[in-house]
Design a protein around this ligand. Structure first.
Ligand SMILES: [Zn+2]
Length: 183
């Protein structure tokens, strides 16, 4: 039974690693869909965890019962175990814990908040690609996530609706509608 617990803890850590990869590499919409699959796995793990605890407790009760009888070798162990299992199942049905689900949920929420803080932090230390001055009023492209100073943007889009993202290697075409204020 301890082995099961070890495996579940290990899997729980794996789920967190995978959620990192998802949040770092996928767009918001796809990430949400993939993360919800991870929640499904965490739910299954909770079911296994609860079931294992019930079986452990039934096994302990079974051992206790056998230690109390005169001739344990004449007992139907299978039957005693199953009776205990049923009793525990009924007792604990309403108390199932969502331990691994909530571990993952806390982890994902923390990670998301951290990412948002990082973006704002980055925005306030970033250099505007046109003026090469520190960005004072950060504006971000929804598509490529690159950040510009609002004043530069005002000049750039004065006469047109879109521009090619000036960051080296970025091919994104940014429109007015793609821009989000980060302040
Ligand atoms: Zn870009």
């Amino acid at each position: 039974m301890e082995e099961v617990r070890k495996l579940l803890d290990e899997s729980s850590r794996r789920l967190q690693d995978i959620s990192d990869l998802i949040l770092e590499n996928l767009t918001d919409e796809t990430a949400t869909a993939e993360i919800s699959k991870l929640y499904g796995i965490a739910n299954d793990m909770d079911i296994i965890n609860n079931q294992t605890k019930i079986q452990q407790s039934a096994l302990n009760n079974c051992k206790f019962t056998l230690s109390q009888v005169e001739e344990p070798w004449n007992c139907n162990i299978q039957q005693i175990f199953e009776e205990n299992l049923e009793k525990d199942n009924n007792k604990k049905k309403n108390k199932n814990k969502d331990e691994f689900h909530s571990i993952l949920q806390k982890y994902v929420n923390k990670k998301k908040n951290q990412d948002e803080l990082d973006v704002v932090e980055e925005a306030h230390t970033a250099i505007d690609p046109w003026t090469k001055q520190p960005i004072l009023q950060p504006v971000q492209s929804r598509e490529c996530k690159h950040i510009y100073d609002k004043r530069s943007i005002a000049c750039i889009i004065r006469n047109r609706n879109h521009f090619k993202c000036p960051y080296v290697g970025c091919q994104n075409i940014v429109t007015k509608e793609d821009l989000v204020d980060l302040d």
